[in-house]
Write a protein that binds this ligand. Structure first.
Ligand code: ADP
Length: 635
């Protein structure tokens, strides 16, 4: 007899519900099979029958079933024991007991031990109940399995969570602690269970708190609590995240940010100060400064550049340099290459041409000296060029004066020398020269020698001034006596020109402390000039007075006067007012020496003059020896 068959007579498919029916009642077995075969959708049943427990267990051991229909009263086993043996052989399989009325109590006990359900043989609607019971039992089994699986998953998640998870009951006693909680607190799960979770919990809120570990160390935790049920009772699930390292990193970060802010502030202040310094330096520089980009477009133009070139920065900004900065050679009038062009070729600092003349916007010309240097970025590329230039009119004038001086001094030295040599040779070559002629000639030689000596003395004096070695020896000076001495010494010269030499000297002067020789030399120079630049029959007056705490010496003449434009320059070394067609002896050094002597005494000199009417020089000397430096740089 075929003991295994698909009750629907169809091929047993994977979807068939495999049922093992253990029952020794053959007719009941047939009934069950027929009932299940008729059941049809939604499931098909494949029924295996076994007439004894031993046979049933054999099937259970050899293959798998979805459900066992078990009669408790079998030839080889009876009652609860039957269930126990099946259940212990296959604890996971659903077992539905098939009982007579007399076994009802045992069936209930079996259910308590894990059986799925029971059926009472011979009850009404047995077939319907049979199918439904089987399906319910299987469904429950599946639901139980799902529940077990999801619980397993849940445990898995909790046990592998990086956060510490603690479950407490409503009184706060710990019911569960996951491995991360053990690691966090340092207590084992066993040690934690039943203990009071001593930290405040607010359900639904996240809080940060300091927790104490078993070792006594502190840690910072972010704590979050939710309500849950644990083993059927209301509980609280607390998750704790160790944020000690994160907080330390945040603190470090905050400190780093503060430091960075302070650094940025400091740097910004420094850069602002440097910018300010640069801008002040730039605008207050005595030289003209122009900054251009590599395309020679003007980027910066300082105040002096505006004055020298005659352009305002607003008008030249972004314009080409060549349009604004036009330079020609003073001698050839040809355009010269600007130092900026040279820098663009060589990428190094360059000087401008030798005789540059800048043509200003209004057409005026200015001799200049210029130089330029590249501005480099950190990678060495030329990002611009700075050009510095200055007005050298005065230097060129001084240069010219020096040249004039050299030719004039050689002339001045040669004139007395030529005359001395000529008269000496004449005397030597003529042994019969009358005594009177000889004396006259010797007188001229003497006079010329004196002139030569004076000239050389002037040169030495100016060289002492230039080198800063001129010294003032301070002692009480009888200024009245000095003035009279000067007048006496120059009386003869004045007489020669028929010039009246007058004096207005206050006899009652306070004691003046100074260098007598130098004061005498200064006064001599002024009176000598007055006589020299006054035509015949003129008048020269020397006055010495006291005004408050100053000694005032004035030398005035009725001479040719000094042109207005020459007045600011007459104290310059080597400067002489040109007098075309006239030869007036001199070196242009006298007034420079006088001014130096006066300033070394702490005083000052002033000049007033009117052309063809006369000139007045006034020296002011402080009576109290103010703290005047012994030497001053030549001016
Ligand atoms: P020097 O007399 O040797 O030429 P100074 O330095 O004494 O040189 O004088 C400079 C110039 O100032 C003179 O060359 C002259 O042109 C002008 N000067 C000085 N004193 C007088 C004066 N009293 N009257 C007119 N011109 C004067």
């Amino acid at each position: 007899m075929k003991s295994y068959e698909s009750v629907s007579c169809a091929k047993v498919s994977a979807k068939d519900i495999e049922i093992l029916l253990i029952d020794d009642d053959q007719s009941y077995c047939r009934l069950v099979k027929m009932a299940l075969a008729r059941a049809g959708q939604p499931a098909r049943f494949a029924v295996q029958t076994a007439g004894s427990l031993a046979e049933g267990l054999k099937y259970l051991n050899s293959r798998s079933f979805d459900l066992v229909l078990l009669d408790l009263g079998l030839p080889d086993s009876f009652g609860l024991e039957t269930f126990d043996r099946v259940h212990s052989a296959c604890p996971d399989i659903s077992v539905v007991m098939v009982t007579g009325l007399e076994d009802l109590k045992i069936s209930v006990e079996a259910i308590q031990k894990g059986a799925s359900d029971y059926l009472v043989k011979g009850a009404d609607s047995f077939v319907d109940i049979l199918v439904r019971t089987i399906l319910y039992a299987l469904e429950r089994k599946r639901a139980d399995e799902m529940l077990r699986l999801s619980e397993k998953n849940f445990r898995n998640i909790i046990n592998n969570s990086a956060d510490a998870i603690i479950v407490t009951d409503q009184k706060g006693l710990i019911l569960f602690a996951n491995p991360a909680a053990e690691a966090f607190f340092g207590w084992t799960s066993q040690e934690l269970l039943g203990k009071d979770f001593e930290y405040p919990i607010t359900v639904g809120r996240t809080a940060e708190m300091e927790v104490t570990r078993k070792c006594g160390g502190k840690a910072l935790a972010e704590l979050r609590a939710v309500e849950t049920t644990w083993q059927g009772k209301a509980a609280c699930l607390v998750s704790l995240r160790d944020i000690t390292a994160r907080k330390a990193a945040e603190r470090k970060m905050a400190k780093y940010r503060d430091n960075l802010k302070a650094l940025v502030r400091e740097r910004t202040e420094k850069v602002d100060a440097e910018k300010e310094l640069l801008s002040v330096t730039f605008s207050s520089m005595g030289d003209g400064v122009i900054v251009v980009d590599p395309e020679k477009r003007i980027v910066l133009f300082n105040r002096v550049a505006e004055i020298l070139a005659g352009w305002e920065f607003e008008r030249v900004q972004d314009r080409g340099l060549d349009e604004i900065f036009r330079v020609v050679d003073e001698r050839t009038r040809q355009k010269v290459e600007s130092p900026v062009d040279k820098v663009l070729k060589s990428s190094k600092a360059e000087l401008g041409a030798d005789f540059e003349v800048l043509l200003a916007m209004d057409g005026s010309e200015r001799p200049i000296s210029s130089k330029a240097a590249p501005i480099r970025s950190s990678d060495g590329a030329v990002t611009g060029i700075v050009m510095v230039f200055r007005d050298v009119a005065r230097e060129r004038e001084i240069e010219r004066l020096k040249q004039d001086f050299i030719s004039s001094i050689s002339h001045e030295l040669r004139t007395p020398l030529t005359s001395i040599k000529a008269y000496t040779e004449t005397i030597l070559s003529d042994s019969n020269m009358p005594e009177e002629t000889k004396r006259q000639f010797l007188g001229i030689i003497d006079e010329e020698s004196n002139r030569l000596a004076g000239l050389i003395e002037g040169l030495l004096e100016i060289s002492r001034i230039e080198s800063g070695t001129m010294k003032i020896v301070r002692e009480p000076v009888d200024i009245v006596a000095v003035a009279r001495k000067v007048l006496t010494a120059l009386q003869a010269l004045a007489d020669k020109q028929n010039i009246r030499l007058e004096s207005d000297i206050d006899d009652d002067l306070a004691i003046f402390e100074g260098d007598e020789d130098k004061i005498q030399s200064a006064l001599t120079n002024l009176v000598n000039n007055a006589i020299k630049f006054t035509p015949r029959d003129g008048r020269v007056c020397v006055s010495v007075r006291q005004r408050d705490d100053h000694l005032v010496m004035r030398v005035s003449d009725t001479g040719m006067g000094i042109p207005k434009e020459a007045l600011p320059r007459i104290f310059d070394r080597f400067y002489r007012v040109p007098h075309p067609g006239k030869h007036i002896q001199g070196t242009g050094l006298g007034l420079a020496i006088v001014k130096k002597i006066v300033t070394m005494h702490g005083g000052r000199i002033e000049v007033e003059s009117e052309l063809n009417r006369g000139t007045t020089f006034t020296i002011f000397l402080p009576l109290t020896a103010a703290a005047v430096p012994e030497t001053q740089p030549a001016n």
